[in-house]
Every structure is written in structure tokens, then in C-alpha cells.
Design a binder for this molecule. Structure first.
Ligand code: C5P
Length: 340
């Protein structure tokens, strides 16, 4: 069998509307995913047993054993195909997407592994069939299969294509160190609980819930004040953002970017505030934390403006590096099936 290589994009969220925490620990979302031209490459080839090798950006931070999400994707696909034996592969991941950065790099690698093994094994699963397997692996994995710009609902795994015109020029400012997605959602819950507590108590500063919290929802104990606690509304799509995306004008899109996890990410990494402010100062049309962070995404007017922004952010010392990317980019796709 011939080795198969798949290229897969990173994503940013143009909107991330987060509802209350569900009983299963997840949060209902409405999000606008947007794939950008920062790619990982994943190669699979038949092997005696499944192994993973990671090279490139942050390679040491990626688990290389059975816990690797791409390895889990291979096992999940083999199980759904009832493929007994002959399902071991060597997985080589060439990383350019930073790890734990809010860019869904691990999800991207899992999506790439699904597409690659589907091809390697001649399984012929359609994209909706692969999506079902993908949803079991993680909330962002189905989007990495399709790419482009899409509205995600549920945990993020239920996708609808979004109508978008034009090409958007972005600068991604990388931060040293990552953020674990569950930690950021938990911080979001705590911030909301303490805000609700403050509002019930009629006080401005009620930090007890946040400070005492040790896990998701830990700050959600009823406050001591009177009156009903504000309820976190369900997530909702910004129709203004969707209209702006149809117009294709980045100047319209920029001010409408929003992320309900941003305050939580900034609370865990206060240095991000400086990066966001610097980008705005440098004339970014929009400045936002990407997903659960800590990467910040800045929308530029055009390619030239993106170059200026990248240079400005780097020389201001507010990030460990900045890259220019464009969106929307295509989803996971086979780029090579070399002679074995
Ligand atoms: O689905 P995935 O494994 O990528 O999610 C990682 C973590 O992010 C979950 O365990 C959960 O803590 C949080 N999450 C959430 N609500 C979502 C998606 C993720 O709370 N819709």
C-alpha cells in the first residue's frame, strides 16, 4: 500500500457564543469556524503496530503514544469499518500549528488521519460518514474535515456551511506556553458565576465564587443576595457578522468578531491584553483571542497591512512570533500518495 499524506488547516473562531455548562460538562455553542492557511501534514503508511512520530513546531508537547488524537482517530475509523487486523499504521505528523494554542491543531491532525486512512485502506467513506467518526473524537474535528467557513452548533460538531465572499488576511500572534481548553471553559463558568453572584448581591466585587472554585461550576453556588440570579443565555448567531461576511468587506467584519471565552483566556493569561491592545493600536480591523487561546488573531485590511501588523506585533515584543495567513482555507485533503 502506498503512503498517503494529508494537509489540514488550523482554524480561528470569528464568533464563539458559549451557552451555560451542560450536565455532561460541555457547553452548547454557536460558533463561526474559519479555516486559515496554516497547515499540518499527516502521512500514514502500513506498519506492524500503530506508532506516531511528531516533528516541527512544539513537537515535544504532542503525546506520541496511544493518547495521540491522530492515533485515536485511526483506531476509531478501524472500529467503525470493523476492520480487524491490517489496521496498524505509522503516523507521521509534521506540525506547523502550535499546540494548545486555540487553533485546533490536535483536532486537525485527527481529521487528517481519518482522511488519510480512508484513502490508504480504500474504505470509500463519504465526508458525512467521516464526520460521524470525527464528532466522537472532539468537538472541532468535524470542522477540520470540511474547512472553509462554517457555523458550528451543539458542542461545535454540528456544521452548516456559511456564505462568505472574499479572502481575509490575518495575523496570528503566538504566545509562549499554551492554555488547556477545559481550563478556559472552567474559568468562563467561574467568571459568570461570580458576575451572577455580584449582581444578586447588588455588589460590585464578589470574588468568593471565583477564588474558592476548584472545578467547572464550582463558583455556581447560590449567592446570598436577594432576587433571581441572571441566567446565562443560550448561545446565538450574530446575524450582523453573517451579513458582513457575505459583503466580503474586512472593515465590516472586524468590529463584529466576538469570543465569549476571551475574558476567561485573558484572566488566565493577563499578558494577552497587551497583545490585543497593541494589534488594535497598529490598526487591526479586529483583534480577538482565537478559540480558547492563547493565540490572538488580528484581521488586516489586505496582504500589505498584514505584513505591517506582523512586523509591528513582533517588534513590540507582545508575542513569541507572528505569522500571516489567509482564510477561508480548504479542509483536510490528500496531497500525496507516494509510491511505497
Ligand atoms: O471536544 P473536545 O475534546 O475538543 O473538548 C475539550 C474540552 O473543552 C471538553 O472536555 C470541555 O471541557 C471543553 N468544551 C466544552 N464545550 C464545548 C467544547 C469543549 O466545555 N462545546
Amino acid at each position: 500500500m502506498t503512503p498517503v499524506t494529508v494537509r489540514v488547516p488550523a482554524k480561528v473562531n470569528l464568533q464563539l457564543s458559549v451557552g451555560p455548562r451542560r450536565d455532561d460538562g460541555y457547553h452548547d455553542l454557536v460558533t463561526v469556524f474559519h479555516a486559515v492557511s496554516l497547515f499540518d501534514e499527516v502521512t500514514v503508511r502500513p506498519a506492524e503496530r500503530t506508532t506516531v512520530r511528531v516533528t516541527g513546531q512544539d513537537a515535544a508537547a504532542v503525546p506520541a503514544g496511544r493518547a495521540n488524537l491522530a492515533a485515536r482517530a485511526v483506531r476509531a475509523l478501524a472500529t467503525s469499518l470493523r476492520r480487524r487486523g491490517k489496521s496498524s499504521v505509522h503516523i507521521e505528523i509534521r506540525k506547523r500549528i502550535p499546540v494548545a494554542a486555540g487553533l485546533a491543531g490536535g483536532s486537525a491532525d485527527a481529521a487528517a488521519a481519518l482522511v488519510a486512512c480512508n484513502e490508504l485502506w480504500g474504505a470509500g467513506l463519504t465526508q458525512p460518514q467521516l464526520s460521524e467518526v470525527a464528532a466522537g473524537l472532539g468537538s472541532d474535528v468535524p470542522f477540520a474535515l470540511v474547512g472553509g467557513t462554517a457555523i458550528g452548533q451543539g458542542r461545535g460538531e454540528l456544521l452548516t456551511a456559511a456564505l462568505v465572499t472574499g479572502t481575509y488576511h490575518w495575523v496570528l500572534a503566538f504566545s509562549s506556553g499554551g492554555l488547556a481548553t477545559p481550563d478556559v471553559y472552567a474559568a468562563c463558568d467561574r467568571l459568570r458565576a461570580s458576575r451572577a453572584g455580584a449582581s444578586r448581591a447588588g455588589a460590585v466585587d464578589v470574588t468568593g465564587g471565583a477564588a474558592a472554585g476548584t472545578g467547572p461550576g464550582a463558583g455556581a453556588r447560590p449567592g446570598t443576595g436577594t432576587g433571581p440570579a441572571p441566567v446565562t443565555p443560550g448561545p446565538s448567531l450574530s446575524t450582523d457578522l453573517m451579513a458582513a461576511l457575505r459583503s466580503g468587506d474586512p472593515a465590516e467584519v472586524g468590529p463584529l468578531l466576538s469570543n465569549d471565552l476571551q475574558a476567561a483566556a485573558v484572566s488566565l493569561r493577563p499578558d494577552l491584553r497587551r497583545a490585543l491592545a497593541e494589534g488594535s493600536e497598529l490598526g487591526a480591523l479586529g483583534a480577538i483571542v482565537s478559540g480558547s487561546g492563547p493565540t490572538c488573531a488580528f484581521l488586516a485590511a489586505d496582504a500589505r497591512h498584514a505584513r505591517e501588523l506582523a512586523v509591528g506585533l513582533t517588534s513590540a515584543g507582545v508575542c513569541r512570533g507572528a505569522v500571516r495567513v489567509q482564510g477561508p482555507a480548504g479542509g483536510a485533503a490528500v496531497i500525496a500518495a507516494e509510491p511505497g
